[in-house]
Design a protein around this ligand. Structure first.
Ligand SMILES: Nc1nc2c(ncn2[C@@H]2O[C@H](COP(=O)(O)OP(=O)(O)OP(=O)(O)O)[C@@H](O)[C@H]2O)c(=O)[nH]1
Length: 600
């Protein structure tokens, strides 16, 4: 009995893939993705369900058409009347219910190892899928292009390599919806392939593997697939859910299928954006053109851009003087998932910076001024503030993950370290090795670490000075070790640091209240004598009267004579401000503090 792929069946029956998956869910049929295959019996069931649905729909239409005559005899006549608005009511609600946010084209990035064919693949797609440019225009590199395929529009970021991708992500923006990882069939997985995969995984962007150069006699796509399984990426034909498409950027073989898979993935991601919403976009790249001045490529993500709009990027603003599409044609407006080249900024914006629009020049200036003042506040606060535990360790939750990037001098070391790390993992703390590679850490690693909040551990390799400096600037934890046990100690420290801290109450001291002093601003102050230990400002306080505890709270202030002090030791007199009016002569105050217990 033959099997059928889900998306092929959806196409044949003229149904959306999403609907097909809903039916399969309803039937309790398990699948990995739309390219999974299903049995012929299931196909028959699906056809039955769809046939029943269309019969029901037809019956409803007939009933609906018949209904107004019966149920709304008093419906007002429309013809010849000027005030038509109220009469349109029977159609209005249905129309607004279906007026949902429209779909948008997917934005795709291509990553992979050097020479595996990223540029060639982009060139092939551009050559075959981009409509010929209008005569007279000048072809310019704008960092993105739009391809027209039989499945609709697909936008490609055409600066291959993960640097472009990570620089954008490092600024907190996410521009790509889908990552194509190109792997040469004659070379299989290489260090930058692993990096690219790690970046896509960190960005939680769906991946499609394009096994390139399948035209070469020495091409071995099966080896690539097997190697992928070593990274826990299991191709569909091996029972996993990784989409793998063999292609040749030279002959064009498989490229159409790759585009089809991109559209399928996009459909499943259900990418939507509202062209009527407030504008939001990201800078893909910026540069200075000698004749035209500053040119910036912006990816429209939400809303619509118009020539004449005011845009704010970081602490700069500009007015769109002219706008080109990625083909070089002048355009007046651009909706979601459209890369446009804009003339109008005075400073070159950085890729990854977010772009917003402002109503007019005044509003744009105000946004810039408020950003400048926010930045100053943050800078000032940073100098003064001690980081809280939560800020250092991330939110405190039950299960936590420590993200790691491992670099070592040889494959043997990498494997040994991975083995040790696997044994260190506990139920409470997961160690997620995002990337394990041979050789010194790179700038790309630092970018990955900064977007994924990962720690970089190096064994027998050290970071080049430039990379170390970037890591320091970004506050990335990058450490090198020559002795494996020291590295293991560091991992232990990271694991412990990531555990929920345990606090325990520690006794500090005791005092007798000898008199109560009325203070005009602070209320009643307990004039006390420390009989044991010491008292500290902000410590916890318990007041007992005879055998009864009459108050539990905090020592909000400590005074020696007129001075505020942090601590008073045994044998001294002091004024204790409990922020409580009930304190009386003869009361005993006991002070304690909460201290973190470091697990053994
Ligand atoms: N036979 C064959 N050669 C290919 C194919 N794709 C790319 N090449 C060749 O492989 C080499 C590298 O291709 P590029 O497209 O420059 O690779 P890249 O990944 O963009 O390389 P970098 O930009 O240096 O990272 C070139 O000589 C291409 O002609 C293919 O499908 N088949």
């Amino acid at each position: 009995m033959s099997k059928v792929r889900i998306y092929t069946l959806a196409k044949d029956l003229g149904v959306e893939n999403q609907r097909m998956l809903e039916i399969l869910d309803g039937l309790g049929v398990s699948y990995k993705s739309v390219s999974s295959t299903i049995e012929e019996e299931t196909v028959d069931l699906i056809k039955q369900i769809l046939a029943e649905e269309s019969t029901e729909a037809a019956t409803e239409t007939v009933a609906a058409e018949a209904a107004p005559a019966v149920s709304a005899p008093e419906a007002p006549a429309k013809a010849g009347s000027d005030d038509v608005a109220p009469v349109a009511s029977s159609e209005a609600p249905a129309a607004s219910a279906t007026a949902e946010i429209p779909h948008r084209a997917p934005v795709v990035t291509i990553m992979g190892h050097v020479d595996h064919g990223k540029t060639s693949l982009l060139d092939y797609i551009r050559k075959t899928k981009v409509a010929a440019k209008e005569a007279g225009g000048i072809t310019q590199h704008v960092g993105a292009f739009e391809a027209q395929t039989s499945k609709g529009r697909i936008v490609f970021i055409d600066t291959p390599g993960h640097e472009a991708f990570t620089t954008i992500r490092a600024r907190g923006a996410n521009v790509a919806d889908i990552a194509i990882i190109v792997i040469a069939a004659d070379d299989s997985l290489m260090p930058q392939t692993r990096e690219a995969i790690a970046h896509a995984q960190a960005a939680k962007v769906p991946m499609i593997i394009a096994i390139n150069k399948v035209d070469l006699p020495q091409a071995d796509p099966d080896r690539v697939k097997t190697d992928l399984t070593q990274l826990n990426l299991v191709p569909e034909e091996y029972g996993g859910d990784l989409v793998v498409v063999p292609v040749s950027a030279k002959t064009g073989e498989g490229v159409e299928e790759l585009l089809e898979y991109i559209s399928l993935t996009a459909e499943l991601e259900d990418l939507r954006a509202d062209p009527k919403a407030a504008f939001g976009g990201v800078i893909i790249e910026g540069r200075v053109d000698r004749q035209q001045g500053v040119l910036a490529t912006v990816m429209v993500q939400e809303g619509t851009l118009h020539v004449g709009d005011f845009l704010v990027v970081g602490e700069n603003y500009g007015k769109i003087k002219a706008m080109n599409d990625s083909n070089g044609a002048r355009i007046k407006e651009a909706g979601p998932s459209t890369p446009v080249q804009i003339l109008g900024f005075s400073d070159v914006p950085n890729s990854g910076e977010k772009v917003a629009s402002a109503k007019n020049e005044h509003a744009a200036r105000e946004v810039v001024a408020s950003r400048q003042s926010d930045r100053r506040d943050v800078e000032n606060a940073r100098v003064q503030r001690r980081k809280t535990l939560e800020e250092m360790m991330g939110p405190l939750s039950e299960d936590r993950t420590v993200n790691l990037i491992v670099r070592a001098d040889s494959q043997g070391s990498v494997e040994a370290i991975q083995g040790i790390l696997a044994r260190k993992e506990t139920d409470a703390v997961k160690l997620n090795v995002m990337l394990a590679g041979i050789g010194a850490p790179t700038e790309g690693d630092v970018l990955l670490a900064s977007t994924a909040e990962a720690h970089i551990l190096c064994f027998s390799v050290t970071a080049p000075a430039g990379v170390k400096k970037i890591a320091d600037n970004k506050g990335i934890d990058l450490k090198s070790f020559r002795i494996i046990y020291e590295m293991i100690d560091e991992v232990d420290r990271l694991i412990k640091g990531n555990l929920e801290p345990v606090f325990e109450e520690k006794y500090l001291g005791r005092a007798e209240v000898r008199m109560v002093i009325r203070h005009p601003k602070n209320g009643n102050i307990a004039g006390s004598y420390i009989t044991d230990g010491s008292f500290k400002r902000n410590a916890k306080a318990k007041v007992t009267r005879g055998k009864e505890t009459v108050y539990e709270g905090t020592i909000v202030g400590l005074k020696r004579f007129k001075d505020d002090v942090r601590e008073v030791k045994n044998g001294f007199e002091c004024g204790v401000n409990l922020d409580w009016e009930g304190v009386m002569e003869g009361d005993i105050i006991e002070a304690s503090e909460m201290v973190e217990v470091i697990p053994a």
